[in-house]
Ligand binder design. Structure first.
Ligand code: HEC
Length: 141
């Protein structure tokens, strides 16, 4: 009986150690928020806005670039949400998913009118979050 008891305690201790260690599939953010903005999100949104403002996308290559950037934006929202679980932050980040998905669909069907229509929404998705979460740029009134 004592042996069974000791084995049980050992098992429980091992389980506890397992719980304290971070799970092997834990998320490991690499970029800072600033790097995410400057090296992932800003270039992707810029690609789309520039292509539209130049009257494009004009060829296969430009459409492919816009398509990739649209997917980058849509998925980058998940990177933002992974770093901050504040409900308003999540709602703001989801605006990026929506606009990125809409831009992706437009690029897939090479619909320049639909793509042009999302640029305002794209701009709004950035500003909405910045107004709330970048007090250095948008001081609280
Ligand atoms: C969910 C919130 C959120 C969304 C959405 C968002 N941003 Fe940001 N952005 C931030 C925060 C927070 C900072 C400040 C980061 C810092 O300085 O640490 C920032 C900073 C920036 C910066 C400045 C980086 C620097 O310090 O030089 C740029 C450029 C930028 N964002 C571009 C964009 C663009 C373009 C979009 C839309 C396509 C966008 N962001 C969408 C939260 C967001």
């Amino acid at each position: 009986m004592r042996t069974i008891g000791s084995v049980l305690i050992c098992v429980l201790l091992l389980l506890r150690v397992g719980l304290v260690q971070s799970p092997p599939d834990a998320l490991q953010p690499v970029a800072t928020m600033k790097q995410l903005m400057l090296d992932v999100i800003y270039p992707a949104s810029n690609d789309i806005i520039l292509a539209v403002s130049r009257g494009g996308p004009n060829d296969e290559k430009e459409w492919a670039q816009v398509r990739r950037s649209a997917m980058t934006l849509a998925e980058s929202a998940n990177l933002l949400i992974m770093r901050n679980r504040n409900p308003s932050w999540i709602a703001d980040a989801r605006m990026l998913t929506e606009v990125g998905t809409a831009a992706y669909k437009a690029a897939e069907s090479k619909d320049a009118t639909a793509l042009g229509a999302v640029t305002e929404q794209l701009d709004r998705s950035c500003t909405t979050c910045h107004q709330q979460f970048r007090p250095t740029v948008f001081p609280p009134r």
